[in-house]
Design a protein. Structure first.
Length: 458
């Protein structure tokens, strides 16, 4: 009887500790990683590093001098040596370690064994990146960082850069308009596409940038940001008037570049290789970011007259996508579907949009529209996004690289407040004055539809 009581007395704290650890791991994975996951994974890595590398085929025969010294000193068999390991640097989401590759090895060899290393060391994922020739960095992620999104404390920002989401390797996904001037963002209803757009607008609002909105859903997505917008079109008719103005603005900026560089006025735009960033800061025009929400609405036609207007708008969008970057005009095109079935010019416009972000879509064809022409293997990843994970997306570009990202929750009220506080930063662009939205004085704060307030981090 006393033995049973003793066993119960010891077992109760152990069970409570195990239950507390399980609760912490599910509800607070970051805290569990820092208290238990990191020490356990570090011990596994240190204890099995050599054998794991050997089983993964990442060891090489030792040098002849090393083999002679070991044999002379110990008289034992000389085993293959793994890549030389650097210090383990723990992080709040995992750990990082650098490896110096042996002669004959390449980063692809280590990347091919990432799944094996993940299981051997008990972590959620392993990512491999090249630091310099002969040196790679293993980024070990201890838990699923996309289940509950928390952006890193230190994020590389800057002019025309917006940290908009978290990558699956726990680094920030930064939308850099200088590096990727135009982007296509697709997603079905409640997929998180609007949240992605909301982060972009709120991130650009405090910067010296002109923001232009084309929202053919009567402005329900972009109207709350009206205090910070330089122009807003809420239907296809207004968009048909706004787009030619943007094209003329682009042409005027090309004329400015020609005049500054002494180029003849009759020189073709295609023959100019410079851009507005080569102008002195005092003469440089302000950048313009154009947000197009539900781009398919610009392609829909009911009559032949609408068809002619559609063709003109599409032609102007294509011109902005082809030539706008050098003039400091950038496109952010959003929609639920985007492909050849929309009509003439759709495929040509899509080809000019370098960046691609695909949220949950309703069919595989939609994912292929966004990613099939740049990263075919990313299509399956986009099709596997679950409805209960809004904000999760696959981001890629024309380099062929892609990764999973997830946007943190940002309420419409908070985003609108950022725009209202930055209203004084609206730049002076006379060509857009007649399209500037009217903001009533003392208007109540924007109401938030319930379907748009579902948290995307849970």
């Amino acid at each position: 009887m006393s033995d049973l009581l003793t066993l119960l007395g010891v077992g109760a704290p152990v069970a409570a500790l195990g239950g507390g650890g399980a609760y912490l791991r599910v509800k607070h994975p970051a805290a569990f990683w820092c208290t238990a996951g990191l020490p356990l994974s570090t011990a596994r890595l240190l204890g099995s590093y050599g054998s794991t590398m050997e089983s993964c085929g990442l060891t090489v025969p030792p040098s002849r001098l090393r083999a002679l010294l070991v044999h002379a000193a110990t008289r034992r068999e000389v085993r293959p040596v793994p890549p030389r390991r650097g210090l383990i640097r723990p992080t709040s989401t995992g750990m990082r370690i650098r490896l110096r590759l042996a002669a004959g090895q390449e980063p692809a060899d280590v990347a091919a064994s990432a799944e094996r290393l993940r299981h051997a060391w008990g972590v959620h994922a392993v990512y491999v990146s090249e630091i310099k020739p002969g040196v790679v960095e293993l980024r070990l992620v201890g838990f699923d960082v996309l289940r509950k999104v928390r952006m890193p404390r230190k994020v590389e920002g800057g002019f025309l850069k917006v940290p908009v989401a978290l990558r699956e390797d726990a680094t920030a996904y930064v939308r850099d308009y200088r590096a990727v001037p135009h982007q296509l963002t697709l997603g079905a209803t409640l997929s998180g596409k609007s949240m992605f757009l909301r982060h972009l607008v709120a991130g650009l609002a405090p910067q010296p940038v002109a923001l232009v909105g084309i929202d053919c859903k009567r402005g329900v997505e972009l109207a709350p940001f009206a205090p910070r917008l330089s122009a807003l079109a809420t239907d296809s008719g207004q968009a048909a008037e706004l787009l030619p103005v943007l094209v003329r603005l682009m042409e005027e900026r090309y004329d400015l570049i020609k005049a500054r560089q002494g180029i003849a006025p009759d020189t073709l735009d295609a023959d100019i290789t410079s851009d507005v960033w080569g102008l002195p800061e005092s003469e440089r025009p302000v950048p313009v970011v154009v947000f197009v929400d539900e781009v398919a609405e610009l392609f829909l036609v009911a009559t032949r007259k609408d068809e002619e207007r559609r063709d003109e708008m599409v032609t102007q969008l294509i011109r902005l996508a082809q030539l706008g970057r050098a003039a400091g005009i950038y496109l952010e095109v959003c929609g639920q579907r985007f492909g050849a079935e929309l009509g003439k010019g759709a495929t040509m416009l899509r080809a000019q949009l370098t960046g691609r972000v695909c949220h949950r879509v309703n069919d595989e064809a939609s994912a292929k529209m966004a990613l099939g022409d740049i990263a075919p293997e990313a299509v399956l990843a986009a099709c596997g996004i679950a409805p209960e994970r809004p904000g999760l997306a696959v981001a890629g570009d024309t380099s062929g690289g892609w990764s999973r990202i997830r946007t943190p929750y940002l309420s419409l009220t908070d985003a609108a407040a950022v725009c209202a506080a930055s209203a004084h930063l609206v730049p002076d662009v006379p060509a857009l004055d007649r399209f500037r939205p009217v903001v009533p004085t003392g208007a109540p704060g924007p109401s938030i539809p319930l379907v748009k307030t579902l948290p995307v981090t849970g």
